[in-house]
Design a protein around this ligand. Structure first.
Ligand code: PLP
Length: 393
């Protein structure tokens, strides 16, 4: 078949997004023209340093934070690692607190880090269960906190990557704040789609990554509230106020600041548009695909996110067939693409492995239109029908 004739539709914006043209323009001069090291004393260095601090101020303003509370990292995973390791180890050294509280539906960047802190550093780990929609109960967090004295850090994500669920963060944060326990949130999926006001969210630390909001891969944000105990993971020079050593990636950071500004400017209108497309997609799939069931909440979910399990099919086969039809989608978790490990998120929601092997995620973005959704709705029932026949035949 001639590839050029196939329509190409990208429904995997939760995995990553293209770089917006405005972001590309903002980055380019810092590769070739203003390439100085932002720590250097000379004019070239100062130019880069000015851009670095401007990006820091712009990002801080979008988070309702102070510029000094923003650290630049290399990705969302690094921000999650730095937050959990940095806060847990520092707070234990100061107070003796040695319990980490997180949820069963966190991204592996948080879960594997918390498990590493348990297994190699001797922390105790409380992994809170979720309900059938992947939501954490703030009262369960409060109960796990007790009087808070033994808790080093709490980490609960703002929005879930696999099923789009938006957690009741402000309530969880309020419980932590009342006891003086540091609260981190993984906002990697939420950034650019939900408000990131750190005062309203009641968070002490927040992670984000540029490539999820039309910025470049290789740039991440860690917000760290002033006064939060923190030991750096990367040691070396005194970059980032001594909290993350290594020469800052000025082009990518300038692009990330531009990307966040753009996403925040477009957010209200784009969320409204995507919500309509999402609902068209969800209603259409539930009406036309045999055995399909929505995963995650119907309304308390990201506006661009639709996820399902389809009884009796293997996601991998469906994704390959969709790809042949020109549609890029995902099963929602990198692990399940190998078909060996059922998704830990779906398992925590009580979905058996026999169903979670048919997990599909469609995450919409700026390039998508109603025609794209309709094309998917024309293809998917046929593809699933063929797969189902193969399984039963
Ligand atoms: N946290 C969440 C919720 C994510 O969805 C992802 C990426 O998919 C990450 C963390 C890791 O981000 P990165 O790939 O930038 O390291």
């Amino acid at each position: 078949m001639d590839n050029r004739q196939i329509r190409q539709i990208y429904f995997d914006h939760a995995a990553t997004t293209p770089v917006a043209p405005e972001v590309m323009d903002a980055m380019l001069p810092f590769f070739t023209e203003f390439y100085g090291n932002p720590s250097s004393i000379h004019r070239a260095g100062r130019r880069a340093g000015v851009a670095l601090q401007a990006a820091r101020r712009a990002i801080a303003a979008r988070l309702n934070a102070k510029a000094a509370e923003i650290l630049f990292t290399g990705c969302g995973t690094e921000s999650d690692n730095a937050a959990l390791r940095g806060i847990a180890l520092a707070r234990r050294a100061i107070t003796g607190a040695d319990v980490i509280i997180t949820s069963a539906v966190e991204h592996k960047a948080v879960l594997a880090t918390a498990e590493d802190l348990r297994d190699r550093y001797g922390f105790a780990l409380i992994t809170l269960p979720v309900d059938a929609e992947a939501l954490v109960d703030p009262q369960a967090v409060a109960a796990a906190l007790g009087d808070g004295r033994h808790v080093a850090v709490v980490s609960i994500m703002l929005a879930n990557n696999e099923v789009g669920a938006i957690q009741p963060l402000a309530a969880i944060g309020a419980a932590c704040r009342a006891l003086g326990v540091p609260f981190h949130t993984d906002a990697v999926q939420a950034a650019g789609k939900l408000p990131l006001d750190v005062e309203e969210l009641n968070v002490d630390a927040l992670s984000a990554a540029a490539h999820k909001f039309y910025g470049p891969k290789g740039a991440g944000i860690l917000y760290l509230r002033g006064g939060t105990p923190f030991w750096p993971t990367l040691t070396g020079g005194s970059h980032e106020g001594g909290r993350r050593a290594g020469t800052e990636n000025v082009p990518l950071i300038a692009g990330m600041a531009k990307a966040l500004d753009l996403a925040e400017t477009l957010r209200a209108a784009e969320n409204g548009r995507l919500r309509q497309l999402r609902d068209r997609l969800i209603d259409g799939v539930l009406a036309t695909v045999d055995g399909a069931r929505l995963t995650g909440p119907r309304t308390q979910r990201l506006d661009n996110h639709a996820s399902f399990v389809v009884e009796g099919v293997a996601a991998e086969g469906v994704l390959i067939a969709l790809d042949l039809a020109g549609i890029a989608a995902s099963s929602g978790s990198a692990c399940s693409s190998g078909a060996q490990h059922p998704s830990h998120v779906l398992a925590a929601m009580g979905i058996p492995a026999s169903q979670s092997s048919g997990a599909l995620r469609f995450s919409l973005g700026r390039s998508n239109s109603a025609e794209d959704v309709d094309y998917l709705l024309a293809q998917l029932p046929m593809i699933v029908g063929r797969m189902g026949e193969r399984v039963s035949g």
